[in-house]
Design a binder for this molecule. Structure first.
Ligand SMILES: Cc1cc2nc3c(=O)[nH]c(=O)nc-3n(C[C@H](O)[C@H](O)[C@H](O)COP(=O)(O)O)c2cc1C
Length: 221
């Protein structure tokens, strides 16, 4: 028993912790008191080691974003996640404001702007409409991939490694407690895999959603 504990602490001091990537979840929900799904997803990951939650509406109720603080947070993390409900086919307003003021020329992009280079970017999106509505011939006319393409373009411009979004759709039809638990568990697995570098990034990039095929895309170690 003692040997086991010793072995673990040696492994930790020799590198297990060093290998861990740091994950920043930039969270935006303007009505958190009424949120069911985003609160549930957030609760599944917020106590994980290596994970920082940056709640934009809580930190900046007046929309006055502290650019230096946000840039430092990004610099200090390896994986940057935007978690939010889908609002008018996009993010809640403060996330757009965040993009406008934080991603400055010479820092995020431009010939000398490489602060975000090679960091992983992913959105975590919850939506009222279900999967069938997000099709060319569905009620929302466009796919989630098409509607989120500006964020893929942002990641590309900033030389980040883009991953398709993790989605929880069909919320307006009502999600059973079992379904919510299933999504929470998948979110937790994905964040741990990103942190511990056990996600096969190349295959995850090919998926429609990052949570389409987690059993295949997360390597067993
Ligand atoms: C202002 C507003 C705009 C919305 N726009 C969309 C939308 O474009 N597409 C969609 O599927 N759901 C839309 N919804 C529904 C929310 O995405 C949904 O209620 C939310 O994801 C539920 O998550 P929560 O339980 O964390 O609040 C919208 C809701 C509001 C209040």
């Amino acid at each position: 028993m003692e040997g086991k504990i010793l072995k673990l602490s040696f492994m930790e001091s020799w590198g297990i912790r060093k290998m861990m990537k740091k994950v920043l979840i930039i969270f935006a929900h303007p009505a958190r008191a009424h949120s069911k799904i985003n609160n549930a997803l957030r609760a599944a990951v917020e106590n994980l080691e290596g994970v920082t939650i940056n709640d934009l509406y809580a930190n900046y109720p007046d929309f006055l974003i502290d650019v230096k603080r946000e840039q430092a947070l990004c610099e200090n993390n390896d994986v940057i996640i935007f978690q939010h409900p889908f609002y008018w086919y996009s993010t809640p307003a403060i996330m757009k404001e965040w993009l406008d003021v934080v991603l400055t020329h010479g820092w995020a992009y431009g010939s000398k702007g490489n602060a975000l280079k090679d960091k992983i970017f992913m959105q975590v999106i919850t939506g009222g409409g279900d999967e069938n509505t997000y099709q060319k011939d569905g009620g929302n006319l466009f796919t989630i991939g098409e509607l989120t393409s500006p964020y893929q373009a942002v990641a590309n411009l900033c030389s980040m490694k883009w991953l398709p979004p993790f989605t929880v759709l069909g919320i307006h039809r009502g999600l059973s407690d079992d379904k919510i638990s299933y999504h929470k568990e998948n979110y937790r697995r994905l964040i741990i895999a990103l942190r511990d570098e056990t996600l096969d990034i190349d295959s995850a990039r090919q998926e429609k959603y990052c949570n389409s095929n987690l059993d295949e895309d997360i390597r067993r170690v």
